[in-house]
Design a protein around this ligand. Structure first.
Ligand code: FMN
Length: 148
């Protein structure tokens, strides 16, 4: 199945570590939507959506990209890293994929190094995350979903 992961990972490249590890083990394309704005998603049957979290949501650039580019009826999955990771931080993005009648395959999320606001003063939180075990978990998650 032709697969791409679209991602935005602007804070520390935390989420990109998950994306890169999955791409290393699998025949998939990765699209950095901050820099590659004109990619055509219509050729992908399965689309991963990956982002850091800002104010409890996926980055606005990812949400805007989905609004303007996500084709209907694809299989989709989600990856995110956050200072305080929770599954439902994907809610705004998932709402868009649901509206496009996409099939939801699952979500993987883990801690990411975070130096936002007051955390900067203390040198950040989750300093070593995503760590190897977080990254291995993302690869395993991808292996377990029906995107192949
Ligand atoms: C402006 C800003 C706002 C953030 N808001 C949240 C938040 O609401 N909840 C959370 O858990 N993490 C929050 N974070 C932490 C990031 O989501 C976390 O560091 C993430 O791993 C960054 O991913 P990236 O390096 O792939 O961009 C925020 C970070 C920044 C810079």
């Amino acid at each position: 199945m032709r697969t791409a992961i679209i991602y935005a990972s602007t804070h520390h490249g935390n989420t990109k570590k998950l994306v890169d590890a999955i791409a290393k083990e699998n025949q998939i394309d990765t699209i950095d939507i901050i820099h590659e704005k004109d990619e055509d998603l219509s050729r992908y049957e399965c689309i991963g959506i990956a982002s850091g979290i800002v104010f409890s949501k996926y980055y606005p650039q990812i949400l805007e990209y989905l609004e303007s580019k996500l084709p209907t009826g694809r299989k989709v999955f989600f990856l995110h890293t956050a200072g305080d990771p929770r599954e439902n931080q994907n809610a705004s993005a998932k709402k868009i994929t649901d509206e496009r009648k996409c099939e939801y395959l699952g979500t993987y999320f883990c801690k990411g190094f975070d130096t936002f606001g007051p955390f900067k003063i203390i040198g950040g939180i989750n300093k070593k995350h995503p760590d190897q075990s977080d990254i291995d978990g993302a690869v395993k998650f991808f292996d377990g979903i029906k995107c192949k």
